[in-house]
Design a protein around this ligand. Structure first.
Ligand code: FAD
Ligand code: EPU
Length: 354
């Protein structure tokens, strides 16, 4: 199709913040991009949007661009593995279910994460002990400045916790498609499934005892357990606006983690980026400061910390992006003052800086 251009377009975002783009350009064909960036978008820096599930919009952008193409193809299949390619506009969870239906494993722990395939590599989405970078074969991009298409293999993507090369080049690359290397579920022993994240084995046990009668789980059963856990733990954006975890879990030097653990023995501490660092639970730090379930007293009073999960900021209805950001700043100040730890937002802030 030719690209559609919509003036003063509402910008979808799971926070449910009222926001518009001065102009939104939508295309379902990545081959439109060279023409767009040589013409209508020449010299412009449009905000690329997927499903808006990791955005906090304080002020709407002048220009936004959405890639809606959603074709999925199996490119190759051999030696118990398949290479699967999905266009950027494919919905992530629908894609995970599709791979499972094809008898492919590898993405089961990442079930029910909102958003698009194109956004998944940006912050290297992760959940329940798996990060998407571990399953990515290559990322296909369009480079805005040169108008050229390129392909990054997994090593070139520099994936790390909630990080990638693309996150540091948001105005440079547009992700057009992602290729995944996935094992055939039938060729995968149960022992290769990732079941160690807190809650998974317990959920599988409950499911087995309650109805399913399954002793050795398969990838589809693990996906089901993850879906059940997520539905219980996280507020549903269709019910109350949110962007999932609002803060990243902070990574601190080992010595600082040990000192904090000595003072607060219940603080959850996980392995960090290497032997000399540790990842702390931001939810626990925020909870310990008494923020869980608290509403902001400013403005509409609808910006709040979820009563279900301390790491999730919610919009009870009329909260603006600025109110949610003000609340986030107060929380981060408290955590800094009480524990000496800096926490940083995970969602991208639009129209404001942290
Ligand atoms: P958007 O929010 O639209 O955009 C996010 C960023 O990606 C922006 O910087 C945007 O410019 C950029 N972008 C989007 N598409 C492209 C593209 N094609 N090319 C270049 N840049 C692009 N995240 C996790 O990692 N783990 C979780 O468990 C998790 N749980 C969540 C639960 C809930 C309830 C919610 C609301 C969010 C959760 N998230 C989680 C965050 C979110 O789902 C992911 O970050 C997701 O990848 C965002 O996808 P999106 O399409 O909505 O991207
Ligand atoms: N906890 C509290 N209070 C709470 C909630 C949690 O103290 O209200 C403590 C508990 O001790 C719990 C620990 O925090 O054991 C960790 O909680 P959880 O397992 O929910 O994980 P998380 O660190 O809060 C991370 C990701 C999530 C991902 C889950 C599951 C980040 C920033 N968040 O949350 O990702 O789904 O693990 O793997 O890394 C997202 O990025 O948007 C997101 C939801």
């Amino acid at each position: 199709m030719t690209a559609r251009s919509i003036a003063s377009a509402p910008l979808r975002n799971t926070f449910g913040v009222d926001a518009r783009a001065g102009r939104l350009i939508e295309t379902d064909d990545a081959d439109d991009l060279p023409g767009l960036f040589a013409g209508e978008l020449a010299g412009a820096s449009p905000l690329v949007v997927g499903s808006g599930s990791n955005l906090l919009i304080v002020e709407g952008p002048a220009l936004a661009l959405a890639l809606t193409s959603n074709t999925i193809r199996i490119l190759a299949s051999h030696d118990g593995h398949a290479i699967v390619r999905a266009d950027a506009g494919t919905q992530w969870h629908a894609f995970v279910l599709w791979t499972l239906e094809q008898g492919l494993a590898g993405l089961e722990n990442l079930a029910l994460i909102p958003g698009t395939v194109g956004a998944a590599p940006i912050q290297n989405i992760g959940a329940y002990g798996v990060e998407v970078g571990e399953r990515i074969h290559a990322v296909e991009v369009f480079e805005r400045a040169t108008g050229a298409f390129q392909r990054f293999d997994a090593a070139a993507c520099a994936f790390a916790y909630r990080d990638s090369v693309f996150k540091h080049a948001l105005d440079r690359y547009l992700i057009t498609a992602v290729e995944f290397a996935l094992p055939q579920a039938a060729a995968l022993p149960s022992s290769a499934l990732r079941l160690d994240y807190a809650g998974i084995r317990e959920e599988l046990a409950v499911m087995g005892m309650a109805a399913m009668g399954i002793d050795a789980p398969d990838a589809r059963t693990v996906a089901e357990a993850v879906i059940r856990l997520r539905r219980r733990k996280l507020p549903d954006p269709a019910v109350v606006g949110n962007a999932g975890s609002f803060f990243k879990n902070p990574i601190v030097p080992l010595a600082q983690a040990e000192a904090l653990l000595a003072a607060h023995p219940r603080l959850p501490v996980f392995r960090g980026a290497g032997d000399d660092s540790r990842k702390l639970s931001a939810a626990w730090l925020i909870d310990a400061c008494g923020w869980k379930g608290r509403r902001s007293e400013e403005g509409s009073g609808d910006a709040a910390v979820s009563a279900q999960h301390a790491l999730v900021l919610v919009n009870h209805g009329r909260a603006t992006g600025a109110e949610l950001l003000a609340l986030a700043r107060r929380i981060a100040e408290d955590v800094q003052a009480r524990f000496g730890v800096a926490i940083e937002p995970e969602p991208r802030l639009i129209g404001a800086r942290w």
